[in-house]
Design a protein. Sequence first.
Length: 474
Amino acid sequence: WAGLSVDHARAVVYAPTGSATPDFNGSTRKGNNLFANTILALDARTGERRWHYQTVHHDLWDRDLSSAPTLATISDQGKQQDVVVQASKQGVLYLLDRDSGKPIFPIAEVPTPASPIPGEYASPTQPQVTLPEPFTRQAFTPDMITDINPEAHAYVKAQYDAAAPFAYFRPPGLQSSILFPGFYGGANWGGGAYDPETNLYYINAMEDANLINMVALELANDNHSDQGQLIFKQHCSGCHGDQLQGFYPYAPALSDISLTGNKSEAMAIVQSGKGRMMPFNYLSNDEQSQVVDYLFSLSESLLLSPSSKTSNPIEPASTNNNTPTTPTETAYVFGGYSPFVDQRYYPAVKPPWGTLNAINLATGKRQWQVTLGEYAELIAEGIAPTGTRNYGGPVVTAGGLLIIAASSDEKLRIFDKSTGELLWQYQLPNAGYATPSTYEINGIQYIAISCGGGKLGTAAGDQYLAFAIPNSSQ
């Protein structure tokens, strides 16, 4: 879903791929799962595969490649080399030769932990990039717990201590573990921008974490409610939570749906989707009915017994009159996109939480990093700019400007491309979770940005804004 990049001279399409499904339980897809999580070089005329490079083996962490790669030509000591630059949610760049697919800098295969889930066989190794230098931190150690105030630190530390110790590519188990960077990056759909004049590649990033776990379900073969629960756990709880609590700001809570909604409306949403929720029309009518029945029954149970909420799902009463059979199967399903946050929903890790980075592709070294975005309420508390969660990418100009919106504080910013100095900013009507466009008409250069908002707790919008960049004669 990330988009493609085309080398017209070579007649080659460079295509990044997503994760194999189901995302978090790979027991039915043993092996490395080629060609998931892979950069593919395809002959544009025939579709023949020229080469491939897999960035994650047997993905259990939703580490899909979420942006189109950048085609760059790097210059080093008089030599030029055509490369593919692929940003990742892991907070690293994969820098590959455009003809062979071989890494420009060595990438080691390092040992990673085994899965604790029965029937799951995680890859024993994963690629680990050291150059180009990562554009996010690569581990979440105890000294990185947020320190914006003592209350936030204590709140996060309790969760940190209860989780499995952080490890590089730790497979999810029944105990929560820390995924850092989180499900959304690192980098996300915006990708980066390359400046051939300086060899610099610019990429914005999130430094946020998630808690990830699996849930064991004991299932009875002939129980309608059990089947609805299994479908809900497989397809719905990842966003809405096993207690229907939702995961703000990404997915709404449904705990009171039995009071505020009706089953026919819920069925219509399951069949057709709504907002960012995809349609589940690949489920049979009976399966759709089962999951809606389970959803409403669970909501009723939660409303009747709010004090019984635990980390485990509440079992609603069976929707049929049969005596439940003895459970005959254990299914392991994803526990949900749980954000790792403090009591005010700020990230659990020490700032920065959102950054803009410049990386020299010839040397692999990061040239500069600045925070991207700020929370006004934290500034008022005397906390230095932290950066915000962000979606959308940058664009760089020959005139020395680096232009980006992306941040959840709903601003458009222009930086000096050489130093990262902030030159200008503008408060947009809604957040610009997109990459700006720049173009020229009658000798005047313009910037345009889509102000769609609607993510990260920000209001949705429907405007495009354009700005003129003054030239030296104006």
